[in-house]
Design a protein around this ligand. Structure first.
Ligand code: MG
Length: 379
């Protein structure tokens, strides 16, 4: 099954009060557009990402997307509907068009890998998949500034993206749109020309950045984390998700990735959350031999759930052996991928303890990490 994502990004910054396209604004170290596109480019079931941009933004957008595999730009239109139509026609012209297409607001950079996976799974099963949240606020209809009518909240949903569809059916629906038809999203097009779209559970963290205050970063939060593991019998150590051949292993309940553990504690601490022993207790059999990169992904989800975006992490590893320098590039890539930040926002250094103390005697490895988070809401 071939899956493509389409990201309409041809808007302006007018509602957010910016002089330029809001998705080119940076949050922490990376632009909104890059964060969103990288979430789809990284997903194992997504084959390609097509970003719709205005001619004026194209050069900057292409710079922002540099290095993201399978990502390309196409021409945006005067409306969101026109942009998506252009992208669908571009996909139809491919030698092998996709089976499914996911349309996602470029201004929702906090979309999770799980949400993308749920969208693909639902669209493959039901032809359509629209991310929805039950309405939790009281809803009313207003006239002249007065709430004239209560709207029953039961059964009321707000729709987000991603929205996934059978590609040939969505393309056929878009080709039926008349010059006076107006749609705010793709589920509207599907409802008008195909059938009521299937809903699936959205996530509260998948917010759309619309107004200037959505981008307002109330400064940064920092956290530190330290971890040490002793050597035991074995033939490799795992650091930053890289398996490094060595005459010993690190004693641990999980894979013993002391580098990831220090980073996890730094992130949790910056968010004011409890430490990794609380979230991943070593008495829990679920974490026996656990892949620490997967635990790091859970930590990212935890801090994002608190309203933060990871800005950067920095970690220093103290080990007499093995030699880490040849592996640092791969470790940085692993951490950047899991934390959804650019590689230049991951710092990793390694050194020895000059023969001093338990680290100097080669009895184990220690790591010290710091992390900064930026917040997406007032705290
Ligand atoms: Mg540990």
């Amino acid at each position: 099954m071939k899956v493509f994502a389409v990201l309409p990004a041809a808007g302006t910054g007018s509602r957010a009060g910016f002089s330029k396209n809001k998705v080119l604004q940076k949050i922490g170290g990376a632009s909104v557009l890059r964060r969103t596109a990288s979430a789809f480019a990284r997903h194992p079931q997504v084959d390609g990402v097509l970003v719709c941009v205005n001619a004026a933004d194209r050069a900057e957008a292409e710079r922002e997307l540099a290095g993201l595999a399978g990502t390309a730009c196409c021409e945006g239109g005067a409306t969101r509907t026109a942009s998506v139509k252009n992208a669908l026609e571009a996909l139809a012209a491919l030698p092998c068009p996709p089976d499914l297409v996911l349309v996602h607001d470029a201004a929702r950079p906090f979309v999770s890998q799980e949400l993308i996976g749920r969208c693909i799974e639902t669209a493959a099963r039901c032809q359509s998949a629209v991310c929805a949240l039950p309405c939790t606020d009281t809803a009313v209809r207003a006239a002249d500034g007065f709430a004239v009518q209560r709207v029953e909240r039961e059964g009321l949903f707000t729709l987000q993206t991603p929205q996934g569809f059978s590609f040939p059916a969505l393309l056929a629906a878009y080709r039926k749109i008349g010059p006076d038809d107006r749609f705010t999203d793709d589920s509207g097009v599907w409802a008008a020309f195909v059938a009521p779209p299937k809903l699936f559970a959205g996530e509260r963290g998948n917010v759309k950045l619309t107004f200037a205050e959505d981008f307002a970063m109330d400064g940064y939060r920092t956290g530190v984390g330290v971890d040490t593991h002793a050597f035991c019998e074995g033939n490799e150590v795992v650091l930053g998700g890289v398996h490094i051949p060595h005459g010993r292993a690190l004693r641990a309940h999980s894979d013993g990735d002391v580098l990831c553990h220090a980073v996890m504690d730094a992130l949790l601490s910056a968010a004011g959350l409890a430490d990794i022993g609380h979230f991943f207790p070593d008495t829990d059999p679920r974490y026996e031999g656990a892949n620490s990169l997967a635990l790091l992904a859970e930590v990212r989800a935890l801090v994002e759930g608190e309203g933060f975006a990871v800005n950067n992490v920095s970690v220093s590893v103290v080990a007499e052996a093995p030699k880490l320098a040849p592996h640092i590039a791969k470790m940085k890539q692993n951490l950047a991928d899991v934390l959804q930040i650019p590689q230049h926002a991951v710092g990793i250094s390694a050194g020895t303890n000059e023969g001093l103390g338990f680290l100097g005697r080669g009895e184990g490895i220690a790591a010290i990490a710091s992390a900064t988070l930026c917040s997406r809401k007032s705290l």
